[in-house]
Design a protein around this ligand. Sequence first.
Ligand SMILES: Cc1cc2nc3c(=O)[nH]c(=O)nc-3n(C[C@H](O)[C@H](O)[C@H](O)COP(=O)(O)OP(=O)(O)OC[C@H]3O[C@@H](n4cnc5c(N)ncnc54)[C@H](O)[C@@H]3O)c2cc1C
Length: 225
Amino acid sequence: MDNGLTTFLKNLRLETVTLEGKIELGKDVYVIRLARRQSFLPGQVVGLSLGGLPPRLYSIASGPDDPYIELLFNIKPDGLLTPRLASLKPGDALSVSAPFGAFLGDQKPAWWIAAGTGIAPYRAMMRAGLGHNKMLIHGGRTADSFYFENEMLSAFGERYVRCCSQESGPGLYSGRLTSWLKEQPQIDPTLLYYLCGSAEMVVEVRDILISKGVPIEHVMSEIYF
Ligand SMILES: Cc1cc2nc3c(=O)[nH]c(=O)nc-3n(C[C@H](O)[C@H](O)[C@H](O)COP(=O)(O)OP(=O)(O)OC[C@H]3O[C@@H](n4cnc5c(N)ncnc54)[C@H](O)[C@@H]3O)c2cc1C
């Protein structure tokens, strides 16, 4: 992390909230539910902390009309926050910032492209009613990596592509999402392309889109680090 971001995170104002619920979606992947204190725009993030750690950022995965906030995270084995988050129980306290961020969904036609937990902001956008003219492309290693799969299948149907790099299964494209993108004969340069996930994925996907004629101004990125 650069010093500017470290300072920004340290200075985030946090409020204490109570954990309302926690669901294990897959191995080492959880959704936690918190009381919603403020309104937010789909795609925004909150800062989250425990025990005085500098906050980490998490995309809000629930919709703006849901009466709670949900966050999706995976455990980083050597991480400082996520192993502790995963061991919280309903009723435990944690510290959360107000929502902020500029990776915002809108009504324009777009492709939403995610790797791993990068699906989170698109679930918020979908639950806000922005999914009707979108393609959703999600990359994961294993067949259980497609978090919120049932909801996404019913919302997107044929417009939902699951790219699975290490397993095969019904309805899954076998391979990385970058391979799927490279195989597309045409990519519409007039659409908007949202990318969310690791820096490696975002850079690789951005380069593929640009090589296929998409103007850089049509590529919006949210990098998880
Ligand atoms: C805008 C944004 C939105 C995000 N949204 C989400 C989200 O919705 N869901 C999600 O799961 N994540 C999200 N993230 C990532 C999240 O903020 C955390 O970075 C992540 O959860 C790891 O937290 P941690 O405290 O457990 O790990 P950290 O303690 O931050 O460590 C992360 C990894 O780095 C390694 N590491 C730590 N310090 C060092 C060091 N000094 N040198 C070398 N390696 C080191 C650790 O071993 C570990 O593997 C987002 C990030 C950003 C920037």
